[in-house]
Structures are given as C-alpha cells and as structure tokens.
Design a protein around this ligand. Sequence first.
Ligand code: DQA
Length: 144
Amino acid sequence: MNILVLNGPNLNMLGIREPDIYGHATYADLCGMIQGEADRLSVSAEFYQSNHEGDLVDAIQGAYGKKDGIIINPAAYTHTSVALLDAVKAVGIPTVEVHISDPDQRDEFRKVSYIRKACVATIKGHGLEGYLEALRLLCANKTV
Ligand code: DQA
C-alpha cells in the first residue's frame, strides 16, 4: 500500500506552536513516528506539508492513480476549504481526517469541517497517535 500523509498550515511549527495544545514533538518527530508504524505494517508512506491551500489541492490530485490512501490534517483549512473537500471527492481515494487536538471542544469556528464529508473517518483529540490510528485503519480496510 502507498499512503500519502498531508499536513496543512502551521503544522511545520509543531513543537514550537502552542505546546499546551499540540505538544512538544516536532514535525520531523511526527514523520518519524508515522514512518516507524508504516515500516511495521510494511506500507510505503510519503509526507508533505504546506502552508498553501492550492499546494495541498495539487498534492491530493497528484495522488490519483498512485496512492491507496490519504491521511490529512488540513489544520485551519479544515474549517474553510471547499477546495480540499472537492479535491478528495475528485480523486476518490480513501482519506482519513486527523486532528491532534479535538477541534469540536475548542472555538465555535473550529466545529465546522468541510473535508469531513469526503473522509472515511475522522480521528481527533488523540494527539500524534491519531496519525498512527489513521494508518492502521487504512491498512485494515484496504477496500474502504
Ligand atoms: C488542528 C486543529 C485546527 O483547528 C487548527 O487550525 C490546526 C490544527 C489539529 O490538529 O488539532 O492548525 O487541525
């Protein structure tokens, strides 16, 4: 299996940004953790982070015909982006939405997720472990 792991804006600042919410591990630590689980599961993982909505759309489109699953933390674009929703719908690749925190327990404006409609599952509030859960879920449901 080939999995694409996408992270949206400000997630490159993990370890620096609001550690009380997002913890002390860095983006590199996160990728290392996911890679470790991917190795354990014998799947291939590719990582991409961008602060730019269009770049994330391009990455989703680029996965068409190449990837079997997408794990995405769209970060702030969760709450604003119809373009990301449409991109996931367009490629039809099983996609899991992940959030480190639980946006539903935070500000009102974080309760909306546009991309959720196109995702096979949402994992939120489980910290970085949520990405590993998403990977295991995609591997367990190869035909979701
Ligand atoms: C986040 C939650 C979003 O509301 C926020 O904008 C982020 C990170 C999370 O992982 O908890 O940047 O997606």
